[in-house]
Each structure stands twice: as C-alpha cells, then as structure tokens.
Design a protein around this ligand. Structure first.
Ligand SMILES: Nc1nc2c(ncn2[C@@H]2O[C@H](COP(=O)(O)OP(=O)(O)OP(=O)(O)O)[C@@H](O)[C@H]2O)c(=O)[nH]1
Ligand SMILES: [Mg+2]
Length: 259
C-alpha cells in the first residue's frame, strides 16, 4: 500500500482525475522513446489526453526522425514543443504550462522511468487526485540496475537528508517520475533550469501542502544515448533543497496566484 505523506494541511480543492498529459523531454533517444510511447498507449490509452514531446537544439536528427514518425502515427495525441528556456528544467517548465490534462506525468524518454509502471501510477492518482504520485526506487520491491555504486551511495544519503529536512517519510525525492495535479505545477514560480529542477518540482508543491504518495519503481540504466547530467551537478541539489525549505511560502507561487 502506498504511504500518504501530509507535510502540511492541503489547501487545494479536490477536482478528481480526468485525463493525463505526459511530458517526454528528448535529446538522443530513439528506440527508448518509441518503446515508452507504445507502452504507455498500450496500457493507458483511455487516460491519456496528450503526449508533449519537448525538443531543443541538441535533440539529434535520429531522435527527430522518431518524433516525426510518432507524430504521424498519433496526430491527435503527440504534441512537439521546441523549448526556448535551456536545459532539462527549462524543457519541463515550458511543458508544464502547455499541459491541458487534469493531471501531468513527468517522465524521461530513456526508459529509466519504467513505462510499464505508469498504468499503476494512474490508478493510484485516480484514488488520490489531489496528491503527487512519486515513483520510488528505494521502496521495498524497487531497485537500480546499472547504477554506479558511488552514485548509489550518494543517492541514498541525499534521500535521507531531504526526507529529514522536509520532515517527510519519503524514500525517493529526486527521481523525476511522477504524476501531478496540473493545477499545482502551473501555479508555482520555478527557478531551476538544470537537473536540480527534478527536486525543486517536488519540494515546492510539498511546501504548499500537496500530499505525496509513493509507489515502488524498478530503475534500469538507459540502453542508448547518454545522460545530460554531470556528477558534480548532483551536489547542487543540496542548495535547491535548502533554499526551498526555508523560503517564504508566498514566494513559491507565481505573482497573483492564490491557492
Ligand atoms: N528537451 C530536453 N530534454 C532533455 C534535456 N536534458 C535532458 N533531457 C531528457 O530528459 C530525460 C532525462 O535526462 P537525463 O540526462 O537522462 O537525466 P537523468 O537520468 O534524470 O539523470 P542522471 O541519473 O543524473 O543521469 C532524458 O530523456 C533526456 O534526453 C534538455 O535540455 N532538453
Ligand atoms: Mg536518464
């Protein structure tokens, strides 16, 4: 059973799950992107309103070819967005504002966010529509295959640090595999542009009272292309986590937004 975490009393009105927008940022994925799209449509077609593929200058010609063929195959579902802001955070921030489903799934297109698990995450989201559904590699039954041992130890330390810092009994706060109520992500004033955005976009909604429900996830390293993250950039997550923990709540929202 997933654990329901309530950091503060939620202020959002429950609106229910109606449909899902899926965000897929792409740089160098081909087979992995195609498999991701095919699996989520095989398992959850009736819940999916749109698949927002985000590309940038660095997106390879091979990846663009796959994106073109997916758009041709699913013209009503696939939306391709060319990002203006830089890096992964920039890609996700722009996609957040485009999402039209009641809920939005954050995924990667390198198969590290296991698409076989999405249908179960949607089922949990339907039961907890006002919560963030967070995939966790550290919950019982979860795992990492092909993760570097040094990164694994660091990852565990990060998770323990952030869960204590936020007083949350969560086991995986940095994994960018989640379903959000769209309203919350469109209300927040985001700051990060690079990979630490993956932490910012969990802890800011938490500070605003959004509950988080964890589900178990099996992580496997990508089989093609390479990560856009660098080892030392992982330490920037500490700055992001600390800054958000002590920020005034009102400063987390876009100007004029009241939750
Ligand atoms: N459009 C776009 N996609 C990106 C960008 N950076 C990364 N991505 C994609 O986002 C997904 C996640 O990025 P990765 O670089 O694999 O990062 P990660 O797996 O979260 O991080 P590590 O575990 O630290 O390697 C992948 O599918 C990337 O292709 C970007 O600047 N723009
Ligand atoms: Mg990756």
């Amino acid at each position: 059973m997933p654990v329901l975490e309530r950091l503060e009393v939620p202020t959002q009105v429950q609106t229910g799950f109606q449909s899902l927008s899926i965000i897929l940022p792409v740089i160098n994925e081909t087979i992995s992107l195609e498999r991701t799209v095919e699996i989520v449509l095989r398992d959850a077609r009736e819940s999916i309103a749109e698949i927002i593929i985000v590309i940038c200058r660095k997106t390879t010609p091979e990846a663009r070819e796959v994106i073109d063929s997916l758009s041709a195959r699913y013209p009503k579902l696939v939306i391709v967005h060319s990002q203006t802001l830089p890096f992964l955070g920039g890609a996700l921030r722009e996609a957040f504002d485009l999402a039209r489903g009641s809920h939005t799934a954050l995924m990667a297109s390198d198969l590290e966010t296991n698409p076989d698990e999405l249908a179960e995450m949607i089922a949990v989201s339907r039961n907890h529509p006002d919560a963030i559904i967070q995939a966790s590699r550290w919950r019982k039954g979860g795992s990492f295959t092909g993760y570097s041992p040094v990164k694994l130890v660091l990852n565990r330390i990060f998770q323990m640090f952030f869960s204590v810092l936020y007083g949350a009994r969560l086991t995986d706060m940095t994994f960018g595999y989640r379903i959000y109520p769209t309203r919350i992500i469109q209300s927040i004033d985001w700051q990060e542009l690079r990979h630490p955005f993956l932490l910012e976009c969990l802890v800011k909604p938490m500070r605003l009272g959004t509950p988080v429900v964890e589900v178990t996830s099996v992580w496997t390293a990508r089989i093609e292309g390479e990560s856009q993250n660098t080892f030392f950039r992982n330490f920037v997550y500490f700055r992001t986590g600390l800054k958000t923990r002590f920020a005034a709540r009102k400063s987390l929202l876009k100007p004029g937004v009241v939750l």
